[in-house]
Structure formats: structure tokens, C-alpha cells
Design a binder for this molecule. Structure first.
Ligand code: MF3
Ligand code: CO
Length: 256
């Protein structure tokens, strides 16, 4: 079911989303070569809790048999890891890595969801371009995130743009509605046909999240039940914001 948020609910959504934005501000300041992904996770958890929010990914059950609840505040996915990398004391961030982070804050019963890919130190030109294209794919997609368009128009534009840049989109994971639940209807694929899917209406809150691979689109899942990597070992990037559909342009709630 697609939920339309009331004015009051939108105010609460904005608060949860602001916590996510502030968490990224802190992470961006603190991410350095030599750090472990576990240290990043600690920083994020402290930041969220100090802002009155709960890390919503921690303990989250994705609802697939045999997959354990997610154990951390952040998903941290480095280089050929696409999404859902589990923070670990054994995982050190190195100069030149591209580090995709995805996190969700729960505050006042509402969720805010965003992802960023950070370039640590100096990375290759090609890595920089991948990260830039992934971010731009989000902004291309939301040009269609308003009344008069359908979900398929957003999906189509994201896929079309990514493919025009010579990259692939992940097909097995997608964006989603968001609100009291982290994942609500509708699902929002990063590719597809224009003119399909539900009509967009003011008051919908959506997490739009291009996941882009440098090489072939195929992915693999590691034995931890979570980490997704590229099959061909090429780099991947992720960029996501929670947005609000309005009568005019969408509002991006997870950017300060
Ligand atoms: N935040 C992710 C998303 O963009 C969900 C990650 S699964 C979790 O939808 F278990 F880590 F929460
Ligand atoms: Co999401």
C-alpha cells in the first residue's frame, strides 16, 4: 500500500531525514584511510542517538529465509562491494577506496534513508566518474518525481542515463516508498519502461537509490547473507535520498 503523508507526518519525516543528513556530515568529516568500517559505524550510531534517533538498520529483518537480522547502523560497501557490506574491526579503509555507505534513522516513528559514496583520498579518474554518474542518476531520475508522471518515468530515466554513461544498474535491488516502515510500496527499480507504474502524488515519500556498476550488472551474495559484490570484480557506487513529492518540484529531505 502506498501511503500519502499528512502535514504532521511530513514534519516528523523531515526530522528523521535531518538526522541522516547530519550523520553523513559527521562521517564525511571523519572518514580517513587507516580507519576500520567498524569505527565508522560507531561514529554513526553515536551521532544518531545523540540526535534522538535509533539506527533502524540494526536488527532489521529483510524477510529472506536464512538471512540473519542486520547487525549494524551502517552498510559500508567498499570498491567491488555494491551494498549491505557489514562493518568490521578487520576491515580497513585505504587511500583510493570508494566507500558506499547506506543508513536509516528512525525518529518519532518515521524513517529517513540515504546513501552516499565517499572517495577516500585520491582515487582513479574512472572511480571518480562512476561516483559522479551515480549521484547524477538520482538527480536525473527525480526530474520526473512529480505529479503528472509515474514511477516508471523515474526508473526509466535513471537506467537510460546510467547506460548512456557506459555503466550498468543493479536489477535485484531497488528504491522504495518510506515512512513508518523502512520499505513501503511502491518499489522503484533503477531501470524500466516510461509511462508504467503508479502515478506520483503530493505527500508520497520515496527513497530513490541508484546502484551503479562499472562493468556487467551481475552480482553475487557473500556467505554472510548480506554483502553484495559485483560478479566481475568491477567497482560499484550507490547514492540515495529520501524525497517528498509535492505539487511542484520534489523536496530532498536527506540533504541539509
Ligand atoms: N538502507 C537500505 C535501503 O536503502 C536497506 C538496507 S538493509 C538493512 O533500502 F538491513 F541494512 F537495513
Ligand atoms: Co533505501
Amino acid at each position: 500500500m502506498v501511503t500519502i503523508k499528512s502535514k504532521k507526518e511530513i514534519e516528523l519525516m523531515k526530522e528523521a531525514c535531518k538526522v541522516v543528513a547530519l550523520t553523513y556530515q559527521e562521517l564525511e568529516k571523519r572518514i580517513k584511510p587507516g580507519m576500520t568500517t567498524w569505527e565508522l559505524d560507531q561514529i554513526a550510531e553515536k551521532t544518531m542517538r545523540s540526535l534522538g534517533a535509533i539506527p533502524a538498520e540494526k536488527g532489521y529483518n529483510i524477510g529472506i529465509k536464512g538471512v540473519p537480522p542486520y547487525p549494524a547502523t551502517l552498510c559500508v560497501s567498499i570498491n567491488d562491494e555494491v551494498i549491505h557490506g557489514i562493518p568490521s574491526k578487520n576491515k580497513v579503509i585505504r587511500e583510493g577506496d570508494i566507500v558506499s555507505i547506506d543508513t536509516v534513522a528512525l525518529k518519532n516513528g518515521f524513517n529517513g534513508d540515504a546513501a552516499r559514496t565517499f572517495i577516500v583520498g585520491k582515487a582513479s579518474k574512472e572511480a571518480e566518474r562512476l561516483v559522479q554518474v551515480t549521484k547524477q542518476a538520482f538527480f536525473e531520475g527525480i526530474k520526473f518525481a512529480k505529479p503528472g508522471y509515474r514511477i516508471g518515468d523515474v526508473s526509466h530515466r535513471i537506467g537510460e542515463y546510467v547506460h548512456s554513461q557506459g555503466y550498468s544498474v543493479v536489477r535485484e535491488f531497488q528504491g522504495h516508498g518510506i515512512g513508518r516502515e523502512m520499505h513501503e510500496d511502491p518499489g522503484i527499480p533503477n531501470y524500466g519502461k516510461a509511462g508504467r507504474g503508479i502515478r506520483l502524488e503530493a505527500g508520497m515519500t520515496l527513497a530513490i537509490e541508484p546502484m551503479v556498476i562499472q562493468g556487467k550488472p551481475n552480482i553475487l551474495q557473500l556467505d554472510d547473507g548480506w554483502t553484495i559484490i559485483t560478479e566481475d570484480g568491477s567497482l560499484a557506487a550507490h547514492y540515495e535520498n529520501t524525497i517528498l513529492i509535492t505539487e511542484k518540484e520534489p523536496e530532498i529531505l536527506t540533504i541539509l
